[in-house]
Design a protein around this ligand. Structure first.
Ligand code: 13P
Length: 249
C-alpha cells in the first residue's frame, strides 16, 4: 500500500511572516494525519519553518539544491548545508526551474543522483507543456524526462524517490487535468519506471507518484480515487492555511 502524500510548494510567494503563520497553523492542527504532509518553503525561510515544525509529523523540504558538497558555487545551496538544518527532502526539476532557469534532464539527473546519494528523499518533477500535449508528444516527453533524469540510479536508492507529474499547462492556471488524464499519465509513468532496468517492476509498484497542477479542495478527492495517483504537489492552495488544511483533513 502506497501512503498518500500532500505536499505544499510555497514557491517564492510568501513573506517570512506568512510562511511562519502557515507553519504555526499546521503545527497546531495536524496530529496523526493519514497522508504524509510536506511543505517546501523558500530556502531563506527553511530555518524558521523547520523550527516551528520540528516536533510534528510535517516534513520540511527544499525547493532545490545544488548537486555538490561544499564548494565554490555562488548563490547555490548544498545538500550538506541543508542537512545541517535537518532538511533531507527536496524537489528536483520543477517546471518553473526547467523552463526559466535552464535545468535540463542531464543537470537534473546529476541532482537526483547527488541528493539520493546524500540520503535525501527526492521529488522528481516531470510534465509536458501545452504545446507538447497538443502535438501528441506527452508520452515522448515523459519518457525522455524519466529515461534521462533517472539514468544510472541504483535500485537501492529508489525507495527515497518520489515522482511528481505536473503538466505545465495546469500549473497556476486553474486548468486541472481531469482525473482520467492524470491517471493515464501516472500509469504510463509507472510502466516507464518498471521498464528502466531488469527487476524495476517491484520498485515501480512501490513508488509514489504525485499529481500537481491547480489541485484544490474541490478536485483533490476525485484525483485521489485513481489507483496510480498517490497524492498531490500543491502550489496556490497550499499557500493559505485554510485551503491547505482542507486538502489534508
Ligand atoms: P498550482 O497548484 O498553483 O497550480 O501549482 C502547482 C505546482 O507547481 C506545485 O509544484
Amino acid at each position: 500500500m502506497r501512503r498518500k502524500i500532500i505536499a505544499g510548494n510555497w514557491k517564492m510567494n510568501l513573506t517570512l511572516a506568512e510562511a511562519k503563520s502557515i507553519a504555526t497553523g499546521l503545527a497546531g492542527k495536524l496530529g496523526q494525519t493519514r497522508p504524509e504532509v510536506m511543505v517546501f518553503p523558500s530556502s531563506i525561510h527553511l530555518p524558521s519553518v523547520s523550527e516551528i515544525l520540528q516536533n510534528t509529523n510535517v516534513v520540511v523540504g527544499s525547493q532545490n539544491a545544488y548537486q555538490s558538497g561544499l564548494t565554490a558555487m555562488t548563490g547555490e545551496i548544498s545538500p550538506v548545508q541543508l542537512k545541517e538544518l535537518g532538511i533531507n527532502t527536496s524537489l528536483v526539476g520543477h517546471s518553473e526551474r526547467r523552463q526559466f532557469l535552464g535545468e535540463t534532464n542531464e543537470i537534473l539527473n546529476e541532482k537526483v543522483k547527488f541528493l539520493l546519494g546524500q540520503g535525501f528523499r527526492v521529488i522528481y518533477c516531470i510534465g509536458e507543456t501545452l504545446a507538447e500535449r497538443e502535438t501528441g508528444n506527452t508520452f515522448n516527453v515523459l519518457n525522455t524526462q524519466i529515461k534521462q533524469g533517472l539514468k544510472g540510479i541504483e535500485s537501492s536508492l529508489f525507495e527515497r524517490l518520489i515522482i511528481a507529474y505536473e503538466p505545465v499547462w495546469a500549473i497556476g492556471t486553474g486548468k486541472v487535468a481531469t482525473p482520467e488524464q492524470a491517471e493515464e499519465a501516472h500509469s504510463f509513468i509507472r510502466k516507464e519506471i518498471a521498464g528502466l532496468f531488469v527487476g524495476a517492476s517491484t520498485l515501480a509498484e512501490a513508488i509514489q507518484i504525485l499529481y500537481g497542477g491547480s489541485v484544490k479542495a474541490d478536485n483533490i478527492a476525485s484525483l485521489l480515487t485513481k489507483p496510480n495517483i498517490d497524492g498531490g504537489l500543491v502550489g496556490g492552495a497550499s499557500q493559505k492555511l485554510d485551503s491547505f488544511l482542507s486538502l489534508i483533513i
